[in-house]
Design a protein around this ligand. Structure first.
Ligand code: ADP
Ligand code: ASP
Ligand code: MG
Length: 457
């Protein structure tokens, strides 16, 4: 019908590293006629802001000033390389002044509530989006505007990890971003950042820009979501762990979601839910090699291999709760999970026996004293640290005879044995999960990759 395609393009931190990376990213957005460009903070800036909020609480102001100066210098020099106008520079300086004021407040009070750290961290993306706007304006005729995402990215007030309010986001997008939808304007906006109904700034948690882009694609009813990063798409495993990793041309939403949830950093764990709801296809590619084939994530894929990829999730702990009360008792698991719900802790892998339950959680959960107090009301809790989750992701995994044997054969090596602490198989067609000591997990991935990807046709 000749109707315009609505494309949402997200550029991660490494695609926003310096002026030339931003220009390269802007060219991709212009070539692909993006309606909405969602950006992360420039590479390393979020880490610097987190460091700043810690240092400002504990150290002298001079130490904070060093970080602030580095952020200032970096953003001003990128702006000048991009030939920013004096108006642009003024906009960036206003944001830098806000950054300094917030850090001074933290330093003075020696305290940084999550509400304040969210506001501080939002400055990473609020500073990078004007830079992308400048670069894009320079190469396309279409009207290009830096848009404050807080007008549409409504979250609850769980600072540090705001929960997006889907229906409100949809209607706010329809109210504020219609010009993007009808092709007369490109908006550049911030990933990771949101706001409560009262207008307080929130963030969606580390790596959250992917999720922002997917929510905005859903809100706009986009035809395509592009995720541009530093690798040419999703690979069979993290290329940093296993250089033999191969690019994946096509993968289903379900498999990609399992990969993301089980640790593949390439996508934030919750990215795919919004686009899956609306069956919006997703392309993942490298802004450094925009013509490489990349990966398409779709509702269906013609090729459905038994093992498509493997993921590694580090920093896991295993909680084993043992109680004689579990014998013949009802509602025991319900009680345990009500504690996890109460303390907002998510469990990835779980196995049960007659009198005990073992569950993996993120290591930081070990600091949650209140959770442990609750759990100890039903039994004794043992904890093990320094573990990783290693997951095989594919299709029909829970209905394939002999798969477990193949997995254990692949992992086993007489002279360098790997101890598998726990396995989870059966719940999902798409996932087989192993809990392994942190220092052996990469080796396990390499052996599994060798057996299931490199050696299989
Ligand atoms: P961005 O800054 O663009 O959001 P990230 O660093 O968050 O980028 O994600 C990209 C990184 O994800 C890659 O550099 C790679 O090391 C890692 N990664 C983990 N698993 C995979 C995988 N299966 N395929 C490709 N990259 C992966
Ligand atoms: N800048 C944020 C982070 O580093 C969000 C993102 O890049 O996705 O976590
Ligand atoms: Mg990321």
């Amino acid at each position: 019908m000749g109707s315009l395609k609505v494309v949402v393009s997200k550029f991660g931190g490494s695609s926003m590293k310096d002026a030339s990376a931003i220009q390269r990213s802007a060219k991709i957005a212009a070539d692909h006629k993006s309606s909405l460009v969602v950006v992360s903070a420039t590479y390393g800036t979020t880490n610097q802001l987190i460091e700043l909020s810690k240092i400002a609480q504990t150290e002298t102001w001079e130490k904070s000033q060093l970080i602030i100066d580095s952020i200032k210098e970096n953003h001003r020099s990128i702006a000048s390389d991009l030939k920013a106008t004096s108006e642009d520079i003024e906009e960036i300086d206003t944001l830098l002044a806000e950054l300094e004021t917030l850090a001074k407040g933290i330093n003075l009070l020696k305290d940084a509530p999550l509400k304040v750290t969210d506001r501080l961290q939002s400055l990473g993306e609020r500073l990078s989006s004007p830079l992308m706007t400048i670069a894009l304006r320079g190469i396309q005729d279409k009207k290009t505007e830096n848009f404050d995402v807080r007008k549409v990215m409504r979250t609850n007030d769980q600072f540090g990890k705001g929960v997006p309010q889907i229906e409100e986001i949809q209607s706010l997008c329809q109210n504020h971003l219609l010009a993007a939808k009808y092709g007369d304007q490109t908006y550049v906006t911030q990933g990771f950042v949101g706001a409560t109904a009262d207008g307080e700034t929130t963030t969606l948690g580390r790596g959250g820009s992917d999720y922002s882009a997917a929510l905005l694609a859903e809100g706009l009813g986009a035809d395509l979501l592009e995720i541009w990063t530093d690798v040419a798409g999703i690979a069979t495993t993290d290329p940093r762990i296993c250089p033999a990793a191969k690019p994946i041309n096509e993968i289903t939403f379900q498999e990609a979601a399992e990969l993301a949830v089980f640790g593949a950093k390439i996508l934030h764990p919750t990215t795919l839910a919004p686009v899956q709801r609306m069956a919006i296809p997703v392309f993942v590619g490298s802004s450094y090699e925009p013509d490489a084939p990349g990966t398409w994530i779709k509702a269906q894929s013609d090729h459905q291999p038994l093992v498509r990829a493997m993921a590694l999730k580090k920093d896991q702990a295993l909680l084993t709760l043992t109680t004689p009360k579990m014998l013949d008792s009802f509602g025991f698991l319900a009680k345990i999970f009500s504690f996890f719900e109460k303390h907002k802790v998510s469990v990835d892998a779980i196995t049960t026996s007659e009198i005990s339950v073992a569950m993996t959680v993120d290591r930081e959960t070990l600091l949650n004293k209140d959770l442990f107090k609750d759990l100890e009301t039903v039994g004794t809790v043992q904890t093990e640290e320094s573990l990783s989750l290693v997951s095989l992701i594919g299709n029909n995994i829970n209905h394939t005879p002999g798969l477990a044997q193949r997995v254990f054969t692949a992992i086993h090596n007489e002279s360098d044995p790997i101890n598998v602490r726990m396995i989870c198989l059966g719940a999902s067609r798409h996932n087989f999960c192993l809990v392994i000591k942190e220092d052996q997990a990469s080796l396990a991935i390499t052996r599994l990759h060798n057996a299931f990807i490199e050696e299989s046709k």
